[in-house]
Design a protein around this ligand. Structure first.
Ligand SMILES: [Zn+2]
Length: 258
């Protein structure tokens, strides 16, 4: 779709609902569907008319990425603006530009290749032990890679895949076909628990994440393995180790993950 068609397709539309599927945001419009993915550094914020924009961007000391203390003015990293009829707007800012937005006619969005392959929603009512077993049946390969693939279960990125596996006591590089019955049970329980805990605290601010209200998430305070390489495991006291699975940095505990 050309940018002009994207703009024309959004003009005058009414947002009927906002859903999430895996890591996708789904705006159901009165005509068509807007689907967004924040990638690694995307921030979707609600900008209020009449509130002062923050004049400064603060640079993160490690990553060099920018954050704002409050709502920010449009700048060169702002790639999408949805002007609402009350004068407020939704602003999408993405420095690394791994995120993307697409507009679909009617229900075609669910046929999108990345959305079609999405597995069980861990926080949805369909998440049952029976469906969980079916979702993983016959799947082979490292358990963390399977979680990152979004195929059996949707919504776990690098951070929460590590957290869920630590909570379940499973080594990230362990192959799915070698997991024991109790390990599957533990993983089934750990996934929604870890996600709920993170959501209740507003997500994880690893570098520059902002909630829709512009505030940093507080999830980083509850991370037990991610970003803690070399530190002691909160559960068993062993030193946390680092490896790579699916080209992603992976932190695990050699003491309590089997
Ligand atoms: Zn441990």
């Amino acid at each position: 779709m050309k940018p002009e068609d994207f703009i024309r397709g959004l003009k005058g539309r009414r947002i009927r609902s906002l859903d999430r599927r895996g890591k996708y945001l789904i705006f159901q419009l009165d005509k068509g569907t807007l689907v967004g993915h924040l990638g690694m550094t995307g921030q979707l914020t609600y900008w209020r008319k009449g509130i002062k924009d923050s004049p400064v961007f603060v640079k993160h000391p490690l990553t060099g990425l920018q954050k704002t203390p409050s709502q920010h003015a449009i700048d060169k990293h702002t790639h999408l603006l949805l002007n609402l009829d009350n004068g407020d707007r939704l602003q999408y800012r993405d420095i690394r530009q791994f995120g993307h937005w697409r507009l679909f006619k009617k229900d075609e969005w669910s046929l999108h290749p990345s959305l079609k392959k999405l597995g069980l929603e861990p926080l949805g009512p369909q998440y049952t032990w029976a469906r969980f077993q079916t979702a993983f049946a016959g799947r082979r390969g490292k358990i963390k890679a399977l979680l990152l693939s979004q195929g059996p279960v949707a919504g776990l990125g690098n951070i929460y895949a590590d957290e869920a596996l630590h909570a379940a006591g499973i080594l990230p590089m362990k192959r799915a076909e070698n997991l024991t019955g109790p390990q599957w049970r533990a993983l089934f329980r750990a996934i929604p628990r870890v996600l709920k805990k993170a959501l209740s605290r507003g997500g994880t601010t690893f570098s520059d994440f902002r909630g829709a209200d512009g505030r940093p998430g507080r999830g980083a305070r509850v991370l037990r393995v991610y970003g803690r390489f070399g530190k002691k495991c909160f559960r068993c006291g062993a030193g946390l180790k680092k490896t790579r699975v699916s080209q992603r940095t992976t932190v695990y505990c050699p003491g309590c993950q089997k």
